[in-house]
Every structure is written in structure tokens, then in C-alpha cells.
Design a protein around this ligand. Structure first.
Ligand code: DX5
Ligand code: ZN
Length: 221
């Protein structure tokens, strides 16, 4: 069974970003998660193509870019050029999901859709064949270090059923409050891809934390 551990650099020490990313790679991380925030879709600002390009030079791991921005299509080309391997946009700001997902695939990227905790699964049910990744937010997006919302478990279970019923091979990713304490229940509900920021970067031993998260799913490191 697939377990992808995906450190979010939002909680990394940016004074030594290259070292932080290298440490994640050495610790067995599967992808690196890059949170792009525009201060409009979410009440916080982060970074864009420059940081994607910087991380690209530090690792050969796939870069999983989470677009918490309005008008995400404005950034597709630049971010792919900078080295993104997956682009995930939010259904809440994407009235033309079919067109946007098709464009991401045309650019040779994994096409992902994210849903806020309050957004129902049926926001994506018509475009499942166009999706390579479904991201269920397990906190309200915008900040690292928030607490996992417990009722997300049932939504993940229903998302798993929805993807399976459609015969979709899409990754089922979760993001927000994932730690060695919360990961097992999320994994048991059917998620296979686990973003974690605070749990990894605030740990005394981040590599050990990645291994512990994987072990919590019953999968050897
Ligand atoms: C939150 C971001 C997350 C964040 C997760 O809006 O999308 O990727 O980094 O951080 P933790 O694991 O600290 O909840
Ligand atoms: Zn994220």
C-alpha cells in the first residue's frame, strides 16, 4: 500500500532552506510540498516561482505545489518552468475546473484539486477523470501548526469510496495537523499521501519523525 510522506516547507527554517530540504530527502520523504498563498484566497502571504526554483535546485524529489490563490491559472506556466511536478488548485476558486486541470496536464504536471473543510466532495465529482490528486484539507488553509479537524476522517472515507467507485488512480492527499498521532486514523480512512509541516520541522529529529509517521501506518521505513 502506498504511503507518501510529504514535508511542507512552510514550517522550515528559510535561513537554511537547502539543508532542510536535503534533510527531508535523506530522511525518506517522498515529495516536497510548497504552499503558495496570495493574501486573498487565504489571509497569509508566502512565496512563488523563485522559491519553487530554489527548492528544485536542492532536490530531485517531486515538488507538490499547493496553490492557495485566486486565479491560479495565471501561475501555471511559471511554476512548471520553475520545476513544479504537481499543481493543486482549490475548487472554491475554480469555476472552470475542467479547463484548468486539462491545462495542468498539458504542461506535463500532476493535476490536483483541493477542498477546504467546508467544501463538499461533490464539488469535484464531475471531473474525477481529470484529477491525478485529490487534496482534502484537514485544517482551514493559510497557516501551519493548526489542529487537525476530527470530522475530516469521515470525509476522507467518502472520498476514498468516490475515487474507487470511479476507478480513479488519483492520489488521496491530506494536509493540516498531520502528525504521528493523527496519521494512522487518516491512513485507515483511505488517504495515501500525507503533508506535514509543523510535525516534521519542529521535531528534534525530523528524519525520525518522517520514519515514525510511516511506521504509524504500519509500513516499514
Ligand atoms: C496550510 C498548508 C499546509 C501546512 C500544513 O494552509 O496548506 O501545507 O504547511 O502544516 P501543518 O502540518 O503544520 O498543519
Ligand atoms: Zn498545503
Amino acid at each position: 500500500m502506498t504511503v507518501r510522506i510529504v514535508p511542507s516547507i512552510l514550517s522550515a527554517d528559510f535561513a537554511k532552506l537547502g539543508d532542510e530540504v536535503a534533510m527531508c530527502e535523506a530522511g525518506g520523504a517522498d515529495w516536497i510540498h510548497i504552499d503558495v498563498m496570495d493574501g486573498c484566497f487565504v489571509p497569509n502571504l508566502t512565496y512563488g516561482a523563485k522559491v519553487i526554483d530554489t527548492v528544485r535546485r536542492c532536490t530531485s524529489l517531486p515538488l507538490d505545489v499547493h496553490l492557495m490563490v485566486v486565479e491560479p491559472e495565471k501561475y501555471f506556466d511559471d511554476f512548471v518552468r520553475a520545476g513544479a511536478n504537481g499543481l493543486t488548485l482549490h475548487a472554491e476558486v475554480a469555476p472552470h475546473l475542467h479547463r484548468q486541470l486539462t491545462r495542468i496536464r498539458e504542461l506535463g504536471c500532476r493535476a490536483g484539486v483541493a477542498l477546504n473543510p467546508a467544501t463538499p466532495l461533490n464539488a469535484v465529482c464531475e471531473v474525477i477523470p481529470e484529477i491525478d490528486l485529490l487534496l482534502i484539507m484537514t485544517v482551514n488553509p493559510g497557516f501551519g501548526g493548526q489542529e487537525f479537524i476530527p470530522y475530516s476522517i469521515d470525509k476522507i472515507r467518502r472520498a476514498r469510496l468516490m475515487l474507487d467507485e470511479e476507478g480513479s488512480q488519483a492520489a488521496l492527499e491530506v494536509d493540516g495537523g498531520i502528525s504521528r498521532e493523527t496519521i494512522n486514523e487518516v491512513w485507515s480512512a483511505g488517504a495515501d499521501t500525507f503533508v506535514a509541516g509543523n510535525a516534521i520541522f519542529s521535531a528534534r529529529d525530523p528524519k525520525g519523525e518522517i520514519a515514525a509517521m510511516r511506521a504509524s501506518c504500519g509500513v516499514p521505513a
